[in-house]
Write a protein that binds this ligand. Structure first.
Ligand SMILES: [Zn+2]
Ligand SMILES: [Zn+2]
Length: 825
C-alpha cells in the first residue's frame, strides 16, 4: 500500500496540468460560458492567507463549473502600479519595474503551488506598456467624451513626500507614510466626471440581484442622492452677489438664523476685504485649510465659525441673517454654503448654541410643544409649519413642495437633486503609474496624445533623489516633446493616473489580452462579459466596484461593450484571523500559505480554508482544524488503497441487500448536497461535511459485511463518486486517486456526477397516531422520518385534526419508526 505523499503528487500534477494547457478556454458558442474572477492582487511578492482564501474559493467554483459542462474562463493578473514599488525602490535601491517583475514571478509560483486552475495565457500586468497603453487610450476616450477634465482643487498635500494624499492616507492630520503634517493645497488636477453617471450607478444597483445587500447599501450611501431645493440668497452688503445653497428641507426656510460658508468659498475674501475683520477671518481660513477634510467633519470635532460682518437676505421673508465662515462646511460638497436652521438640524443646533445664534422653531410635532428656550436638541421629524407666515398650519411634507414651487416661480431657486458623490480625482504626482497622455503647447493649449503615439512610456531608469522617487516632472527627456498640431516645442503632462483606473477595466482585457489594435476584441468581450462570479474583499465594496461599474457604463455608451454592469454575481469573502486577531507580524500569529503547503500540502490547506467557515464569514485559523483536514485526506487515501487491494484479491459478491441500498443512498444524498451547496449557496463547508459523511458511510458498509465479502460494484461506484466530488476541493489527491483507480483520463475532465432521485427514496413504513394512547389513525412515511417530521405529519392528518378540534393539547410524544401520541385535555 502506498502512502499519501502530497509533496510528491501535487507538484507532479501541477506540472502536468500546466503543460497540457488544461485550463485554457476559448470562445465556443456551443457551450455556455462562465466567467469566474478573483480580484487581481497587488504584486507585493508575498502571498498571504487572505489571498489563499480568495483563490481557493474561485478555484472550487471554476473546477466545479467545468465539470458541469460550462466553458469557464478563469484568468489572473497583476495590479502592478502604485506606491509600494516606489517605497521598495527607496529602501532597496532597486528599480520599481524590476522589483515588480520579481514579485510577480514569486507570487505566480506560489499560486501555481496551490494548484489554482488559471489560464496563464491571459495573464496581464497593468504596469507593462502593452497594458497601460490602453489605460491611456481609455483616458482619452473619456477626454473626448468630455468626461475627463482639469480643474483647480484642494488636495491633501505632504511636502515631505511631495505628493497628494487620499483622505484615507491622512491620519490625525499627519501623512500615513512619513508622519509630517499634511496641508491643503490648491493644485490643477485631472478629474473624471463620474457624477454624470450618479443616477445610473444608483438605479442600476437594483439590477444586481446577486450582490450582497450590504455592498449595495454602501454604494448607495456613497452616491448619496437626495432630493431638495436650491435656494438663492442675495447679500445685503453686496447687492450684485448671491449665495446658492442646497437643502433637503426647504420647509424650514423660515427658521434660518445664519448662513455658513466654507473657508474655501470664493466670496469669503470679498466679504471681509478692507474691514476690521479681515485679518482674523483670513487667518482662520488659512488655519482651517491646513486641516484635512476628515478632521474638519469628524463628529467630535468642534464646530468653529467667525462672523464676516455681512448678511444674506432670506428670500422667503426678507429677513437679514448673518454670514459666518465655518470649519465644518466643505467646498467640495454641494455649494460650499449651508443655511443654518438650528431648531431642525442637529449640527446647526450645536453651532448656534456655541455662537449664540437664535433658535427658531418652525415645525411643530403632533402632541408636543417645542420651544426655543427649552430645546436640548434639534427636532428633525415631521409636523405642522409654524412661524412661517402664509404657510402656518400646513403639513411640512406638503410645505416642502409649496416652498420649492414659490422659489422656482420667483427665480429664487427650485427643485434640485443633490449627491454626496464627487468627481473622481485621478491625478497622482507619482512616478510609478500610467502617464496621463496629454501634451501642453504654448500656442495650441492642452492636446490629447494622438492614438498612434500611445503608449506614453514611463522612463525606465529611475533617478532616486534622497528618500523619494521624483515625479515625472524631474525627467527632462520625458517632459519635452513636440506639439502634435503645430510641431513646435511642447511639454508633457507629468501626473500619472490613479491605479484604480488600471483596475477599472482589467476584467475586459482578460477576454483578449493580446489585442493590439483595441483595448479588447469585440467578439471576445461580447462572448465572455459580464463576469459571472466576482470574488474579493469587502474593502473594495465602494471605490473599486463603483469605478469598474462607471467604466463599464462609459464603454457601453461608446458602443464598445454590450453589457452595462460588469459583475453579475459578487461574493465578498471574510477576513482570516488567528486566535481571534488579525494575522500580523507584530502579534506573531502569521501563518503563510508556504508553511502550510510545505507541512501538509496544498490540498489540506485548501480544504481547511473552505471547510472552516462559509466564504462570506470571517475565518479563524486553527491548527487542530488543519490537522483534522489532513487526517481526513489521509483517510480517503487509505480507503482507496485498501479497496484497490481488495478489488484485486477478492472476488466480492453481487449481493444487493439493505446495506448496499443504504450505501447507494448515501452516495446519491452526497451528490445532491454537494451540488446544491456549491452551486446555489457557496456553502463549501457543508459540502465538505457531506463528502466526509459519505466516506464514513463507505467505511461503515465495509465493516458491516463479514469476511470482507463486499459488493465490489457498489463500493467502487461509491469511491469513484467520492473522488469526483472531492476534485474541486482537493484537486491533486483526486487526480492521483482517479488514476490509481485505473482511469487514464484526468478527473478534472470528467462530468460532474448526477444523483438519481429514486435512489434517494428510503423505504416506507407505517406509523400510528394515537390520542390519549388510543390508536386513531395510521399513515405511511419514509422510514427515516424524524420526530419533528412525524409530529408535523400528525398535525396535517385530517382525521386527527377533526378529533383535536376544540381540545387542548397538553403534550405530544413521537417515537420515530412507531407512533405519535397526542395527550389532550
Ligand atoms: Zn509624507
Ligand atoms: Zn502647438
Amino acid at each position: 500500500m502506498t502512502k499519501y505523499n502530497p509533496d510528491q503528487i501535487e507538484e507532479r500534477w501541477q506540472k502536468f496540468w500546466n503543460e497540457e494547457g488544461f485550463y485554457h478556454s476559448d470562445i465556443d458558442h456551443n457551450k455556455t460560458k462562465y466567467y469566474v474572477l478573483e480580484m487581481f492582487p497587488y504584486p507585493s511578492g508575498k502571498l498571504h492567507m487572505g489571498h489563499m482564501r480568495v483563490y481557493s474559493i474561485g478555484d472550487v467554483l471554476a473546477r466545479f463549473l467545468r465539470m458541469r459542462g460550462f466553458n469557464v474562463i478563469h484568468p489572473m493578473g497583476w495590479d502592478a502600479f502604485g506606491l509600494p514599488a516606489e517605497n521598495a525602490a527607496i529602501e532597496n535601491r532597486v528599480n520599481p519595474a524590476r522589483w515588480t517583475e520579481k514579485n510577480i514571478e514569486q507570487m505566480k509560483k506560489q499560486q501555481n503551488r496551490l494548484g489554482i486552475s488559471y489560464d496563464w495565457r491571459r495573464e496581464i500586468n497593468t504596469s507593462s506598456p502593452d497594458y497601460y497603453r490602453w489605460s491611456q487610450w481609455l483616458f482619452l476616450l473619456m477626454y473626448k467624451r468630455k468626461l475627463a477634465y482639469k480643474k483647480k482643487a484642494s488636495v491633501n498635500w505632504c511636502s515631505d513626500c511631495a505628493t497628494v494624499l487620499a483622505n484615507e492616507q491622512v491620519e490625525k492630520g499627519l501623512c500615513w507614510r512619513c508622519s509630517s503634517p499634511v496641508e491643503t493645497r490648491e493644485l490643477e488636477q485631472w478629474f473624471l466626471r463620474i457624477t454624470d453617471y450618479a443616477d445610473r450607478l444608483l438605479y442600476d444597483l437594483d439590477k444586481l440581484d446577486n450582490w450582497p445587500e450590504r455592498v449595495k447599501v454602501m454604494q448607495q450611501n456613497w452616491i448619496g442622492r437626495s432630493e431638495g431645493a436650491e435656494i438663492v440668497f442675495k447679500i445685503k452688503e453686496f447687492p450684485g452677489e448671491e449665495i446658492r445653497t442646497f437643502t433637503t428641507r426647504p420647509d424650514t426656510l423660515f427658521g434660518v438664523t445664519s448662513m455658513v460658508l466654507a473657508p474655501e468659498h470664493p466670496l469669503v475674501k470679498k466679504l471681509v476685504e478692507d474691514t476690521e475683520r479681515e485679518t482674523e477671518v483670513l487667518d482662520f481660513v488659512a488655519k482651517v485649510r491646513q486641516e484635512s477634510e476628515i478632521e474638519r467633519t469628524a463628529e467630535e470635532a468642534p464646530k468653529i465659525g467667525l462672523f464676516t460682518g455681512c448678511h444674506v437676505i432670506n428670500p422667503i421673508n426678507g429677513e437679514e441673517v448673518p454670514i459666518l465662515v465655518g470649519n465644518y462646511v466643505l467646498m467640495a460638497y454641494g455649494t460650499g454654503a449651508v443655511m443654518g436652521v438650528p431648531a431642525h438640524d442637529q449640527r446647526d443646533f450645536l453651532f448656534a448654541k456655541k455662537h449664540g445664534l437664535p433658535v427658531r422653531v418652525v415645525i411643530q410635532p403632533d402632541g408636543e410643544e417645542l420651544s426655543d428656550q427649552t430645546m436640548t436638541e434639534a427636532y428633525t421629524g415631521d409636523g405642522k409649519m409654524v412661524n412661517s407666515g402664509p404657510y402656518n398650519g400646513l403639513d411640512n411634507v406638503e410645505g416642502i413642495g409649496r416652498v420649492t414651487a414659490y422659489l422656482a416661480d420667483n427665480g429664487l431657486g427650485g427643485f434640485q437633486v443633490g449627491y454626496r458623490l464627487r468627481d473622481w480625482l485621478i491625478s497622482r504626482q507619482r512616478y510609478w503609474g500610467a502617464p496621463i497622455p496629454i501634451i501642453y503647447c504654448e500656442k495650441c493649449g492642452a492636446l490629447p496624445v494622438p492614438d498612434a503615439d500611445l503608449p506614453v512610456e514611463l522612463p525606465l531608469e529611475v533617478e532616486l533623489s534622497g528618500n523619494r522617487v521624483p515625479s515625472l516632472a524631474h525627467y527632462e527627456d520625458f517632459m519635452h516633446t513636440l506639439c502634435p498640431t503645430c510641431g513646435g516645442p511642447a511639454l508633457r503632462e507629468t501626473d500619472t493616473m490613479d491605479t484604480f483606473i488600471c483596475s477599472s477595466w482589467y476584467f475586459m482585457r482578460f477576454t483578449s489580452p493580446q489585442s493590439d489594435d483595441a483595448p479588447f476584441e469585440p467578439r471576445a468581450v461580447d462572448y465572455w462579459m459580464p463576469v459571472d462570479q466576482y470574488i474579493g474583499g469587502i474593502e473594495h465594496a465602494v471605490l473599486h466596484l463603483l469605478y469598474a461599474r462607471f467604466f463599464t457604463k462609459v464603454l457601453f455608451d461608446a458602443g464598445l461593450v454590450k453589457t452595462e454592469e460588469p459583475f453579475s454575481r459578487l461574493l465578498a469573502q471574510g477576513m482570516v484571523y488567528k486566535d481571534g486577531a488579525k494575522m500580523s507580524k507584530s502579534k506573531g500569529n502569521v501563518v503563510t500559505p508556504d508553511e502550510i503547503v510545505e507541512k501538509y500540502g496544498a490540498d489540506t490547506g485548501r480544504l481547511f480554508i473552505l471547510f472552516a467557515s462559509p466564504p462570506e464569514k470571517d475565518l479563524d485559523w486553527n491548527d487542530q482544524g488543519v490537522e483534522g483536514c489532513h487526517r481526513f485526506l489521509r483517510r480517503i487515501w487509505r480507503l482507496i488503497e485498501e479497496c484497490r487491494e481488495e478489488f484485486d484479491t477478492t472476488a466480492g459478491n453481487s449481493e444487493y441487500t439493505g446495506k448496499e441500498a443504504d450505501l447507494e443512498r448515501s452516495v446519491h444524498a452526497a451528490i445532491k448536497k454537494v451540488t446544491h451547496d456549491v452551486q446555489d449557496r457557496f456553502n463549501f463547508n457543508t459540502a465538505i461535511s457531506a463528502i466526509m459523511e459519505l466516506v464514513n458511510a463507505i467505511y461503515t458498509y465495509r465493516q458491516s459485511v463479514e469476511n470482507n465479502d463486499h459488493n465490489h460494484g457498489v463500493v467502487r461506484d461509491a469511491i469513484e463518486k467520492t473522488v469526483l466530488l472531492l476534485a474541486p476541493f482537493a484537486p491533486h489527491l483526486a487526480e492521483e486517486s482517479w488514476h490509481n483507480l485505473g482511469f487514464s483520463e484526468s478527473v478534472h475532465l470528467q462530468k460532474w456526477p448526477v444523483y438519481e432521485p429514486d435512489k434517494l427514496v428510503v423505504e416506507n413504513i407505517e406509523v400510528v397516531f394515537q390520542i390519549n394512547g388510543k390508536v386513531r389513525g395510521r399513515v405511511t412515511v419514509p422510514a427515516d422520518s424524524t420526530e419533528e417530521q412525524l409530529i408535523e405529519e400528525a398535525h396535517h392528518n385530517e382525521r386527527i385534526k377533526e378529533l383535536l378540534a376544540g381540545r387542548e393539547v397538553v403534550k405530544v410524544i413521537a417515537v420515530p419508526g412507531r407512533l405519535v401520541n397526542i395527550v389532550v385535555r
